[in-house]
Structure formats: C-alpha cells, structure tokens
Design a protein around this ligand. Structure first.
Ligand SMILES: C[S@@+](CC[C@H](N)C(=O)[O-])C[C@H]1O[C@@H](n2cnc3c(N)ncnc32)[C@H](O)[C@@H]1O
Length: 546
C-alpha cells in the first residue's frame, strides 16, 4: 500500500534511458517507489559530464554516475556520496572496428580518439604518457554520448565505451566485428571496478534524507531481483516505459529477381540492438546493489554463477542433480532447508514459476499459490515468489510455518544443502553435519507429501552407512550422487531419495533423539545397505580439475 502523500524525488540518469537502467524503470512501472512513499521523476541528461555537478549542487536529488567520475568530482570539491552500485564493473575501453587493426594501446598513433567528457581526455592522455607516446602523435575528439555514431560517421577511429553497450552497438550497426582495448588492461589494473555505475546523492541530500535514500534503494533492489530472476518480463516493462528501445526486427515480404524470374521471399528488417545490449548487460547488474569486492581467482562455477545471476555457485549442484534425476517433474511445491544465501531457492523459483504467475509473497493469499518456501537461520534477501522463513529447521514452529505458506498442503520435494559452522575438528564437524541431515529428515517427515523426494547434502564419513540406512526406512529409493560442480577435494555428496512413505506407526517428531527408534536393524550392522552411487554433470571431471 502506497502512503497517502508521496515525496517528489528527482533522479538524474547518467545517459539517455537505456537498457542498463532497466531496474529503475521496472521499479517505477511496478509502483515500488510509490509503495515506499516516493514519487520518482526520472530525468535524462544530454551531457554526462554535468551529472556530478547537478547532483552535487542539489539541483537533482539523486543520480547515477561511474565510480571514476565520482572520485574525480570529489577531487574537484564536489560533495557527493555513492549509495551503491547499479552495474558491477562493466568492462570499459577503446572500441573500434576490428578492420582498423588496433591490437595495443600504441596503435592509436595517427588516429582520432573519441572521448565523452573532459575526464575521458585526461584518461587517454595519461595512458598515452604511460605508453611513451607524444601528445601530438594522436588526436583526441570530444564526442559526448555519440561514440558509436561518431565512429560510424567517420569522425573518429576509436572511442571510449562499454563492452556491453557501445561495442555491441558498433558491431550491430556497422555489421562488422568490433574490437576493444580494455582500459584496466592498458593500465595493468586487473579489474574495471572504477567503471561501476553508482547511485549518488549530494552529501547534504544524503545526510538529510537517509530514509528516502534507503526507501529508494529498497525499491530499486526489489526491481533488480525481478530483472535478475525474470529478465524477459523486466525487459517488457522497460520497453513499455521506453518504446523506442523495443525491437523493430520483423520479416517483410519482398519480390526479388533470380535469373530473370521474379520470386517472392521474406527478408528481415529492423534492429533489436537494445534488446541485445540488455542481454549483454545482465551479467553486470549488481545483485546486491552493494559495491562488493571482487576476487578474480574464484573458480569457474563462481564466475558462471555471477554471469547468470546466481547468489552462489551451489546453484549448479542442484541443477546438475536435476539434469540427472529430473527432480522437478510434476512438482508444485518445494521446500529449501538451510537456504541462505539462496542460490538453490533461485533455481527452485526459476523451475517452479516458469511460465506461471509469481505470487505476492507478502499477502500470502490462497488464490496466489506460493510454490517455494525457504528456511535459514540467517536473513535472506528476497527472491520473487519465494516465502522466506528466518528460523531453525529443528523447530516444529518452522514446520508449521512452511505448511501455512502452502495453505495446509505438503511439498513434493524438500531440498537441504545445510552446513553447520565448521569447528575445524574433523570428527565434530562430521558428526554435526550428520545431525543436521537427520534434523532435515525430521522436519521433512512433517512437510513432504507421500511419494515426494528429498535431496540433501551428506558427507561420506563413518556415519554414512548409518544415515543411508535411516533414509532407506522413509524412501523407496536412495541414491548417492556427486555433481560435477562439487569440488573433487571435498567428500561432499548428495543423497537423492525418492518415493517418500512414513513407516507404519511412525509419528513425525522433532524433539526425540533423531529417528533412533527406527535406527539401524541388527542385520544391517553385519551387512550394510548398498546405496547406488552416481556422478552427475559432465563427467569429464569435477570442478576442481577445471
Ligand atoms: C552451504 S549454505 C547453503 C547454501 C544454499 N544452498 C545456496 O545455494 O545458497 C548452508 C546454510 O545452512 C544454514 N543452517 C545451518 N544450520 C541450520 C539450521 N539449524 N536451521 C536453518 N539453517 C541452518 C546456514 O545458516 C547456511 O546458510
């Protein structure tokens, strides 16, 4: 519910409205700012160099600007504060048609180099100085926002742009491959954090309007979650708000002459360049809106997770298990135990709401079916359509809360990637992990529908056979699997249990010593159960070996 009186707030974009502004327009279109009490007036700039001054002077309340320009503005005495990032480190550099033959920075000799505003010139001259070039060996040309156009018109040979924007635009509009020399590489910096596009306000506005700033960031963050989880729906919102961005691609009938004969055929016309820019921008949207630090040494699954917007690399483990076991067929409701930061919940949300309406989790009305409920001791950031419970999986109250979100119905699958805090003492850690698995099994007996599936992390340890035997009591089929994305060095595995059934006379309990009365039968102690083992994902190797 929007508050009665909205606070008019002005917001100055750093560029004309373009695909990387989608989260702001999604929040505007969906009324998220209004729900936070803000009537946001979104304004475009005609000169990006003006933004820090306009925002710094208080003429606009908030705005967007790249980190490097914010630092430069502060250096010039403009008092602005950045509140977070819209884009994380989009690679930036000199773009050009590949046919120009530029392969290194010194190739700018004899060329016309375009820049957007004064600071761009400083950057080019500085790089040239570092490369030992004399200032008169190349020409700099101020082109403002028209870098691509200036290259296409032949006014400049190369100019500064984003890989996900101007480089792609050049490629699409010229029909030729475009190249780029990354500024960070020319400078030996190792990352493009200085190009991150940040939310800014003047120090004065920020200090006097902290509630409004927080409300603005909350609403934008909500929209960012939608962009990341449902990029197509978000893009449609963006095009409704900015129709000129919509793809004009279509097939038209034409008549052509082939060997003297007229034949009718179809040809493609128009352009979907903005849609492509949007798709190319998705990996750079800041999931948290915080200016997080980057660790470039993280592994291949970490990078891939970032590219597709997952909060953690673990997402791939669940997806690979699904590829192998077809986990979500006929699944209407799912529970994610020990879910934070939420990458498994993201996978569940994407699977279970595919082509289905996403309910408003807050209202929890029976008409709008919630399909995913996630539990963790830690607070989690929202995920569209996922009801979040901050709670303990060993508590009966948590089981009741889960079922109330499902309006009395049970789930067809429960997944658990739970891990306790490690102590470093191997035996204790293994023991506590086993306890957590049994706790997950206990709560599962409350919330899983007969015939349902249970997928949980398990360590191949000395309790393993015992745990597997316990699970066998509750399921028709128990398999142990190792997804390729699970590190080879870890003894982490996953049990995939199908065909849930409560043993006769068993009453779900949370408090008794875990499943003890259904413990290992005598004969199993002599002849342990055999649990089939499957590796899943591409079998070429496990993660660590890549
Ligand atoms: C490895 S993380 C889960 C990662 C998650 N699957 C993902 O993809 O983002 C393990 C989580 O187990 C949670 N956890 C441990 N014990 C718990 C308990 N008793 N109840 C709820 N959550 C618990 C921790 O808080 C931690 O967030």
């Amino acid at each position: 519910m929007a508050p009665n009186k909205l606070k008019k707030t002005t917001f100055l974009l750093n560029w004309y409205a373009n695909p990387y502004h989608t989260p702001i327009f999604v929040a505007k279109k969906r009324g998220f700012y209004e729900e936070e009490g803000i009537d946001l007036a979104i304004m475009e700039t005609t000169n990006p160099s003006d933004v820090t001054e306009i925002v710094g002077s208080g003429a606009a309340d908030m705005g967007l600007k790249a980190m490097i320009h914010i630092l430069a503005a502060k250096d010039r005495g403009i008092n602005i504060t950045s509140m977070g990032a819209l884009l994380d480190e989009p690679p930036t550099g000199l773009i050009f048609k590949k046919s120009l033959g530029i392969t290194k920075f010194t190739d700018i000799v004899g060329k016309r180099v375009g820049y957007i505003g004064h600071f761009g010139k400083v950057m080019i001259d500085d790089l040239a100085k570092q490369a030992g070039l004399s200032p008169d060996s190349y020409t700099t040309v101020r082109v403002g926002m028209n870098v691509t156009d200036a290259i296409l018109r032949g006014d400049i040979d190369t100019g500064i742009g984003f890989t996900n924007f101007q480089r792609l635009e050049l490629e699409e509009l010229s029909g030729e491959p475009a190249g780029m020399l990354r500024i960070d590489e020319c400078n030996g910096l190792g990352c493009c954090c200085f190009c991150s596009v940040m939310f800014v306000a003047s120090d004065n506005y920020f200090n006097k309007n902290k509630d409004t700033v927080a409300a603005f960031m909350r609403a934008t963050r909500r929209a960012m979650d939608i962009v990341i989880e449902y990029p197509e729906a978000a893009w449609e919102d963006m095009c409704i708000m900015n129709p000129r961005l919509r793809s004009t691609k279509r097939m038209v009938d034409v008549e052509v002459e082939v060997e003297g004969k007229k034949i009718k055929t179809k040809v493609e016309t128009g352009s979907n360049v903005y849609e492509k820019i949007y798709q190319r921008t998705l990996p750079y949207f800041s999931r948290t809106l915080l200016n997080v630090e980057r660790d470039w040494d993280k592994d291949i699954f970490y990078r891939r997770a970032k590219e597709v917007g997952f909060r953690a690399r673990s997402a791939f483990k669940l997806m690979q298990l699904d590829d192998q076991f077809n986990l979500f067929q006929n699944v209407e409701r799912a529970v994610d135990l020990c879910a934070a930061p939420g990458s498994w919940s993201q996978v569940l949300s994407r699977k279970l709401y595919h082509n289905r309406p996403i309910p408003n989790v807050e209202s929890n009305s029976a008409a709008e079916q919630i399909r995913v409920v996630s539990v963790d001791l830690q607070e989690m950031a929202p995920i569209p359509g996922v009801a979040l419970i901050q709670g303990d999986i060993t508590s009966t109250k948590t089981a009741e809360q889960i079922i109330s979100y499902f309006h009395g119905q049970k789930a067809e699958i429960v997944v658990c990637d739970g891990a306790p805090d490690v102590t470093g003492v191997h035996d204790i850690d293994e023991y506590v992990q086993s306890e957590l698995l049994l706790a997950a099994m206990n709560i599962t007996t409350f919330v899983l529908a007969p015939g349902g599936s249970f997928v949980a992390k398990i360590f191949r340890c000395k309790h393993y056979e015992f745990l597997a035997a316990q699970l066998n009591i509750f399921f028709d089929e128990v398999t142990c699997a190792k997804p390729q994305s699970s590190r080879a060095s870890s003894n982490e595995h996953f049990v995939v249990c199908r065909g849930f059934k409560l043993p006769p006379g068993y009453k779900p309990v949370m408090t008794s010593p875990l499943l003890s009365m259904y413990g290992q039968p005598e004969e199993m102690k002599r002849d342990p159960v055999l649990i089939s083992f499957l590796a899943c994902g591409d079998l070429s190797c496990y993660d660590e070996d890549q």
